[in-house]
Structure formats: structure tokens, C-alpha cells
Design a protein around this ligand. Structure first.
Ligand SMILES: O=C(O)CCC(=O)C(=O)O
Ligand SMILES: [Fe+2]
Length: 145
């Protein structure tokens, strides 16, 4: 089963893929979609939207996807780590300096999941405190195919 391009709505995801590749991460430096080759015993840590929010854009949520393999069976196991569903979470004050004020309004995970279901790749923009600020999935920064 493949997965369309997305960012994870969690704090972070811990992923193990079998020895068939399929996980790809989008790199904004012009490399485009880069395949993360599986390594035996290795785990992939993906920063989710809430780590992105908490860190006020210091730790970026990578746009990624899973492509299907027509000939080889592929298995990936993902542990999703999110915040408590009803606690409001916004950018932490510590990494936020005065020249870089909070970029997002506080939001609960359950509220954010509703926003994500409705706006998908534009979800972070809808809680942005700065108009025109671009996030990973935004139309103008990355074209999702
Ligand atoms: O199949 C994969 O390796 C990716 C899975 C994934 O991105 C997810 O579960 O959020
Ligand atoms: Fe994912």
C-alpha cells in the first residue's frame, strides 16, 4: 500500500521498513524526492507537525510519501507519538526569540486533526499567526503530485 505525500500530524513518528524501499522524503534543496533506503535494524524518526509547532519552525516536518513496489512485498511499521488530545499546545517560549515571534496559535491535537482532515497540506497555514508564511506542504513552496 502506498501513501500520498503528507506530513505527519504527530510530535514524531518512529518507523521501521522491511528491506524493500518505498519511503521517500522531499528535499527542498532541489534534490526532489529522495528514497530512504532501508537498513537492517535502523529506525527512521520523522518530525511531525506538533514538533514543528512546538519548536516554532526550528525542527521542520518533512514532506514524505510511500511508493508501492510492483514486484516485492513491503512492510513498514510506524509508531505514532502525539500529545494528549485535549491539551492546547503552541510554540515553546524557550527557543522563541524576540526577533522570531510565535508563528502558530496554540491548538489541541484533536482540534488540529479536524483542521488537518479539512485542509490537509494547508493545515499549518490555518493556525499560522503570520500571513503568507510558507510551510512544507504549501502550494507555493512544494508542488504535491
Ligand atoms: O510506509 C511508509 O514507510 C510510510 C508510512 C507513513 O508515512 C505514515 O504512516 O505516516
Ligand atoms: Fe507519514
Amino acid at each position: 500500500m502506498g501513501m500520498a505525500a503528507h506530513t505527519d500530524s504527530t510530535i514524531l513518528n518512529i518507523l521501521h521498513q522491511s528491506n524493500t524501499s518505498g519511503l521517500q522524503v522531499f528535499r527542498g534543496d532541489g534534490s526532489g524526492w529522495v528514497t530512504l533506503q532501508p537498513h537492517p535494524g535502523a529506525l527512521v524518526i520523522l518530525i511531525g507537525d506538533f514538533m514543528h509547532i512546538l519548536s516554532n519552525w526550528l525542527y521542520l516536518n518533512p514532506l514524505h510519501r510511500a511508493v508501492v513496489n510492483q514486484t516485492r512485498h513491503r512492510l513498514s511499521i510506524v509508531y505514532l507519538h502525539g500529545p494528549p488530545s485535549s491539551v492546547k499546545i503552541g510554540p515553546l517560549t524557550q527557543p522563541v526569540d524576540h526577533n522570531f515571534p510565535p508563528l502558530y496559535r496554540p491548538v489541541t491535537w484533536s482540534e488540529y486533526l479536524g483542521i488537518k482532515a479539512q485542509y490537509f497540506d494547508k493545515a499549518l497555514s490555518t493556525i499560522s499567526l503570520r500571513n503568507g508564511f510558507l510551510d512544507a506542504g504549501d502550494e507555493n513552496s512544494v508542488k504535491i503530485d
